[in-house]
Design a protein around this ligand. Structure first.
Ligand code: ADP
Ligand code: MG
Length: 572
C-alpha cells in the first residue's frame, strides 16, 4: 500500500508510459488491489484492476452461494451495488482523456453469469476498469493517489462493506423461486409461464425497463396454473403454455408481439423490479425470423425450400445474400441443429411466403413452380416427429387454426383462450388448401473447418465485440443485429473471446460437428468458467457474460468466412 503511494509520487509528472511500472499487486487494509493491465495512453481503453476481498472482511454466507443459481445472483447483486456506488463517486477526478473514469460491467435487467464480481467462498473479486489520471500525456500522480486511496475505498465502503444480508437474501430467494418455477415447468411439460400481474411491455424500443402504467398480465382461466413457491405464502398463479403449437391471435396493437417478446426473453432471468421476473420460458426456445441479406453456409433447408429456379442445391444451401424466405428457413434449420426445442415466430418479422400459402394461391401457382413449402405444412411434423414446440403470433391468417393445439387471443392486452372457437370456425369454414403431409426431413449437423476462423485476412487476428450486435474478426464483420435473443454486450464480448479461443487452440481442427462443438464450449464454461476462454484467466478477464449456445451458433452461422462444411444427417 505504501509502496503504491511512493511509486505514484515517483512517477508523478513523468510520461504516461511510466504507469506500466504499477502492474502488480498491492495489499490494502481490507483487500488486495491487483493492477493487471495498464492502458498505453490516457485516451486508450481504460486499465483493468481487481479488488480481492477476503472472506473475513466481507463474509459471504455459505447458503448464499450454494448451487450455481444462488451464486450467480449473489455476485450479480454485489455488482449492482458497486455500480451504484461508482455512479455516486464519479467525476471527482480531473484530467485529460479517460482520467479517473471508473466502471464495472453493470448488469442490465437480466441476471446473467458474469465476470464482473465473483466469489469462491474464500474471496470476493471485483473487476473494474479505470482511466489512470493524466495531465495532457503526463502522469497525474496526485489524482491517481486520490483514486486509489480515497475514491476506490469509498466506493467499497458504500457498496461491498455496507451491503445488508437482507439485500443478498432477497436475490437468493428470487433465485430459488425462479428455479422452482422452472422445475414445475419441466415436470408438466410447459414451455412458457407468464405470471399474473407481470408487466410485459417495455418503456420504449430502446429501453428494457418496464412501461409505467401498463396493463398487468392476467391469465386466461383455461391456462391458469398455480405454483407453490419458496419464500412466499400465496401460491403464484399465471398462464402456462403446454408443449405443442400455440397460436397467438388478436387485433393489431392488442399486445401480441409484446407477449411474444416477453416469452422470448424468458429464457433469461430478470431482476425483481423488472415486471418479467416471473415470466419464464423453455431455455432452449429460439426466436426465428426472416433476415434477408444474411450469409448462409451449407445448411440443409430442403424441408422448406426445393427446386430453386437455377437448380441450386438446397440440401446444402449457401448464399451470400439470402432472401426473406430462405433466410427464415435457414434460421429454423440452424436453431434445430443447435438443439432448439421451442421455436418462437412473430408475423411482424416473418416472410409471408414462408409462413402461409392459401388455397387460391395454390391454384394459381402450381406446386412444381413454388420452391417454398410454407411453415404451416411442417409445423405439425416438428411437434410430432421432433418434439419441437412452436409459439406463433399470427393475426393475419386463420389457416393455422387446424394445426394449433391452443389459440390465445389478446384483447386490449388481456389474453383469452379461444381454442374451441377457433376449432369451430375451422370446421365451419374448412380450409381447402392442400397440405403437405410428408415427414419433416433431415437436419444437418455441419462441421466448420478451421479456415472459417481465419481472420488473418485482415492481418490482425484480433476478435472484438463492437457493441451488442457486431463482432469484428480481423477485418471481417459479423452482423448480429437480427439475433434477437442476444441481450447484453458482455455476451457479445464473450462470444468474441470464444471465437478467438477456438482459433488459437485449433478447436476446429478436431472436425467436430457444430452441435458437439457447442456441447464442448458449454462444458468448458460450466467446469472452468468464462475466464478460461481468455488469454490470462487468472487476471481481470474483461467484461464478460454468458451467452447461450444458440447465440454462439448464430455467430458462427453468420461468419462470412465460414468454409467447407460437410453436412451430416443428424439423428435425433
Ligand atoms: P401487436 O403485436 O398486437 O400489434 P404490440 O405488442 O406491438 O401489438 O403492442 C402495441 C403497443 O401496445 C405497444 O406500444 C406496446 O408497448 C403496448 N402494450 C403492449 N402490451 C401492453 C400492456 N399490457 N399495457 C400497456 N401497453 C401495452
Ligand atoms: Mg405485432
Amino acid at each position: 500500500m505504501q509502496k503504491l503511494r511512493s511509486q505514484l509520487r515517483n512517477i508523478d509528472g513523468k510520461s504516461y508510459k511510466g504507469y506500466k511500472s504499477l502492474q502488480g499487486s498491492y495489499q490494502f487494509q481490507q483487500y488486495k488491489l491487483a493492477i493487471d493491465y495498464v492502458q498505453g495512453d490516457p485516451f486508450a481503453s481504460p486499465s483493468k484492476i481487481r479488488l480481492i476481498i477476503p472472506d473475513k472482511d466481507f463474509p459471504i454466507k455459505k447458503e448464499w452461494i450454494q448451487g450455481k443459481q444462488r451464486k450467480i445472483y449473489t455476485e450479480d447483486v454485489i455488482a449492482r451495488h458497486v455500480a451504484r456506488a461508482i455512479r455516486k463517486n464519479q467525476a471527482t477526478v480531473r484530467g485529460s482523456g479517460k482520467s479517473g473514469l471508473l466502471s464495472i460491467d453493470v448488469p442490465g435487467q437480466e441476471i446473467l453469469e458474469r465476470t464482473a464480481v465473483t466469489t469462491d467462498g474464500s474471496h470476493t473479486t471485483i473487476c473494474l476498469s479505470v482511466g489512470l489520471p493524466a495531465n495532457g500525456r503526463r502522469i497525474n500522480g496526485r489524482e491517481a493517489e486520490k483514486l486509489f486511496f480515497q475514491i476506490i475505498p469509498d466506493i467499497l465502503k458504500q457498496s461491498v462493506f455496507s451491503i445488508k444480508d437482507h439485500d443478498i437474501e432477497a436475490v437468493v430467494q428470487l433465485a430459488d423461486q425462479q428455479e422452482a418455477i422452472r422445475k414445475k415447468m419441466k415436470e408438466n411439460n410447459w414451455i412458457a409461464f407468464v405470471a399474473d400481474g407481470a408487466i410485459l411491455p417495455r418503456e420504449s424500443g430502446i429501453s428494457n425497463r418496464p412501461l409505467k402504467k401498463a396493463v398487468p398480465f392476467q391469465s386466461p382461466e383455461e391456462n391458469r396454473v398455480s405454483i407453490e413457491l419458496p419464500h412466499r405464502d400465496e401460491p403464484l398463479t399465471g398462464m402456462a403454455l403446454k408443449q405443442g403449437i400455440t397460436v397467438i391471435v388478436g387485433g393489431g396493437y392488442h399486445g401480441k408481439s409484446t407477449l411474444l417478446t416477453a416469452i422470448e426473453r424468458g429464457v433469461y432471468h430478470h431482476i425483481k423490479e423488472d415486471g418479467r421476473e416471473y415470466v419464464l420460458t423453455d431455455p432452449n426456445a429460439v426466436k426465428v425470423r426472416a433476415e434477408d441479406g444474411r450469409k448462409v453456409t451449407n445448411v440443409n433447408i430442403s424441408p422448406f425450400i426445393n427446386n430453386l429456379p437455377h437448380g441450386e442445391d438446397t440440401g446444402e444451401f449457401s448464399t451470400e445474400n439470402a432472401s426473406g424466405s430462405t433466410s427464415q428457413a435457414t434460421n429454423v434449420m440452424e436453431a434445430l441443429e443447435a438443439g432448439a426445442s421451442t421455436l418462437l415466430i412473430d408475423e411482424d418479422t416473418s416472410a409471408t411466403n414462408f409462413m402461409i400459402r392459401d388455397q387460391r394461391m395454390q391454384e394459381l401457382v402450381v406446386k412444381e413452380k413454388e420452391p417454398i413449402t410454407p411453415f404451416i405444412d411442417k409445423i405439425s411434423q416438428l411437434r410430432d416427429e421432433l418434439n419441437v414446440s412452436t409459439v406463433l403470433v399470427m393475426g393475419g391468417s386463420g389457416d393455422y387454426f387446424d394445426a394449433a393445439d391452443q389459440v390465445i387471443m389478446l384483447d386490449e392486452y388481456i389474453p383469452h383462450n379461444v381454442t374451441q372457437k377457433a376449432k369451430d370456425i375451422a370446421s365451419q369454414f374448412p380450409s381447402e388448401r392442400k397440405h403437405g403431409d410428408e415427414s419433416f426431413g433431415t437436419i444437418s449437423d455441419r462441421i466448420f473447418l478451421p479456415e472459417s476462423l481465419d481472420s488473418r485476412k485482415g492481418k490482425k487476428s484480433k476478435v472484438q465485440a463492437k457493441g451488442l450486435d457486431k463482432i469484428l474478426m480481423g477485418k471481417v464483420d459479423i452482423d448480429l443485429q437480427q439475433v434477437e435473443q442476444l441481450v447484453d454486450v458482455s455476451q457479445t464480448r464473450m462470444i468474441a473471446q470464444i471465437l478467438h479461443h477456438l482459433e488459437q487452440k485449433g478447436w476446429l481442427k478436431q472436425k467436430k460437428s457444430l452441435s458437439e462443438l457447442l456441447d464442448e464450449i458449454e462444458k468448458q464454461m460450466d467446469t472452468r468458467g468464462l475466464p478460461s476462454f481468455t488469454p490470462r484467466p487468472h487476471e481481470h478477464p474483461g467484461e464478460l457474460a454468458r451467452p447461450r449456445r444458440f447465440e454462439i451458433a448464430a455467430t458462427l452461422n453468420r461468419l462470412r468466412t465460414a468454409k467447407g462444411l460437410s453436412p451430416h444427417a443428424l439423428k435425433r
